[in-house]
Design a protein. Structure first.
Length: 355
């Protein structure tokens, strides 16, 4: 499966920029292979539209903002945040603007300091992070960057707790204790929840981040797949710390993802501690990124395509959820179309090496 083959994915919300970055100039963004433009208009309202002028197809993001409207740099047509054309300079002033002279607007919202857009009819609202509204928690924005990896691979990695002991053995994992404890997985429609505990090595960076002074700690994670590319995790530590993590994989196209991560903490960290928390989390994600960018963008939907263990229950259910969304379209080919040639080539290479 490639994200471009699943029309249903257009019916969810995705962050595409920080609110602070949408100010005096139009901002081009890309989502699911299409180009959009976002801009701030009159009274501070924000707009989003397909990045194409209805007149001659030029990029609206190459224009500018004037009197709160987006001006096309090709012929000067202007548009408000609803997409309606407000001015055609070449027309006589007494001539009405044709109703069809509209930019193709899409839904847009601002939440948690970020701009979210939905290019289709939304199946759900912008994902909620209750802790962001709770004065007992502090919200920290950590990452918004483009990864050369597919969105399903990014979220699959987030749901996969068993990789922590190995991929993150130099930061928060402990490869000497890879077993997961008391794992529980629940599914409700296209949402997933999981609770599991495991041993984590307390490095100096983690000690400063959490305040835990022992060499090892038991971390309990309460993971949740909120939407196909939205992951939330409440990490519980033995000292009462709650580290709430939100990851969103905005699918730019089949092989590129705008990865966004922000957290909420209940320990009111000072500025120095906040810098350390962000630095550690960025380091952890860089370990994931290094692996994910080397994995094929095609994502398997059939459970038999790969091998699984009992700790893979969340990721197995994730495949089933994406398979259900994919089944709404006839565009998604069976796994064997792409996986079989790849596996055959890998086996042939292994056989040649052995000889």
């Amino acid at each position: 499966m490639l994200v471009s083959q699943v029309p249903a994915l257009k019916e969810y919300w995705y962050p595409v920029a920080y609110t602070a970055d949408v100010a005096k100039t139009p901002v081009p963004v890309r989502l699911l292979g299409d180009n959009y433009v976002i801009w701030r208009g009159r009274k501070g309202l924000i707009g989003a539209a397909l990045d194409e002028c209805p007149h001659r197809g030029s990029r609206l993001s190459q224009g500018w903002i004037e009197n709160g409207d987006l001006v096309c740099g090709y012929h000067g047509w202007s548009f408000d945040t609803n997409g309606a054309c407000t001015r055609i300079p070449q027309n006589d002033e007494d001539k009405p603007i044709p109703p069809r002279a509209r930019a193709l607007a899409v839904l847009i919202e601002e939440r948690y300091g970020m701009v979210w857009i939905c290019p289709g009819m939304p199946r759900a609202s912008v994902p909620e992070l209750p802790e962001a509204e709770d004065p007992a928690f502090v919200v920290l924005h950590e990452i918004m960057e483009v990864w050369n990896a597919s969105a399903p691979r990014v979220i699959d990695n987030a749901l996969d707790v068993s990789h922590l002991s190995w991929t993150h053995r130099n930061t928060i994992g402990d490869s000497s204790a890879p077993k997961m404890q008391n794992m529980v997985v629940e599914r409700d429609g296209h949402s997933l929840k999981s609770r599991v505990s495991y041993q984590s090595k307390v490095t100096e960076a983690l000690r400063k981040s959490t305040g835990i002074q022992t060499d090892f700690t038991t971390r309990t994670t309460n993971s949740e797949l909120i939407q196909p590319f939205v992951f939330r995790d409440v990490m519980e530590y033995e000292n009462g710390l709650r580290h709430v993590l939100m990851k969103v994989a905005t699918p730019i196209d089949d092989s590129h993802t705008l990865f966004t991560q922000f957290i909420a903490r209940n320990d009111d960290p000072d500025d120095e501690q906040r810098a350390g928390i962000v630095a550690l989390d960025r380091l952890i994600q860089s370990e994931d990124r290094a692996l994910l960018e080397q994995i094929r963008p095609e994502f398997p939907l059939e459970v038999q395509t790969e091998m699984h263990t009992r700790t893979d229950r969340m990721t197995v259910e994730y495949r089933r959820i994406l398979a259900e969304l994919s089944s709404e379209s006839s565009m998604v080919p069976p796994d064997r179309v792409w996986a079989t040639p790849f596996l055959q080539a890998a086996r042939a290479e292994a056989s040649a090496t052995a000889q």
